[in-house]
Design a protein around this ligand. Structure first.
Ligand code: SF4
Length: 219
């Protein structure tokens, strides 16, 4: 584990931040952008929110938004019917139950429409700097291949990673895992020969054992 973390830190650094754009003093923007980012690239979300957060400058403006108009505003993001409904529902609940502020605990965050553990952990880690592990498709794949977990259900992967990672890497593992997953440890075909983690990787070890066995039989 120490070797993996050291190499991830060396290759990707430790000052990675969220790739979704938001004003640091407006936590609700990160919350809403994360809701919008499901099944969509961060780059596309950033393009849309650049104007969206000018048109709707605060939580109350989203709470008062017209559903059809908001759908139109975000239609290029995909799943815009559900996402528009969730943004309005989320804004209404923030206003009615949390004084217009983004709450801090996972229970409060996941009580908001459209907010699951992944979104809640993005907010907790980036806004409140509470150690939290965001398990998305890249983190799930990469940590399974490396041998840090055998689970596929995100909440269980999260539990396994909490047990084996030091807290100072809980937020980082998501940012570094996404970068590794996008650049090298791709689905479905990882670029193991170009990977700086190969010597510590369970999948690499397993695949090469098979190769060696095959070569032994053929010789
Ligand atoms: S060695 Fe291959 S499977 Fe292992 S982390 Fe690197 S790219 Fe992924």
């Amino acid at each position: 584990m120490e070797g993996i973390l050291r190499l991830l830190d060396e290759h990707y650094g430790t000052d990675l931040g969220a790739t979704l754009d938001y004003a640091p003093d407006k936590a609700w923007q990160l919350l809403f952008s994360t809701i919008l980012s499901a099944q969509c690239t961060d780059a596309r979300v950033n393009m849309v929110t650049k104007d969206l957060y000018v048109k709707y400058p605060n939580v109350q403006a989203f709470a008062d938004a017209d559903l059809a108009e908001l759908e139109q505003d975000i239609h290029s993001i995909g799943f815009y019917h559900a996402k528009a409904r969730n943004l309005i529902g989320c804004a209404k609940k923030l206003v009615s139950e949390f004084g217009g502020e983004v709450p801090r605990t996972i229970e409060e965050l996941t009580s908001l429409p459209g907010v699951g553990r992944k979104t809640a952990n993005v907010v907790r880690g980036n806004v409140f700097h509470d150690p939290s592990i965001v398990v998305d498709t890249h983190v799930k794949r990469v940590t399974n291949r490396l041998g840090l977990t055998n689970e596929t259900e995100p909440a269980r992967v999260e539990q396994d990673l909490m047990k084996c990672l030091p807290k100072d890497h809980w937020i980082l593992i998501n940012l570094q895992g996404i970068t590794l997953g996008r650049e090298i440890c791709k689905a479905p075909t990882p670029r193991c020969d170009a990977c700086f983690l190969a010597e510590y990787c369970r999948k690499y070890e397993k695949d090469h054992k098979k190769d060696r066995q095959r070569a032994g039989k053929e010789s």
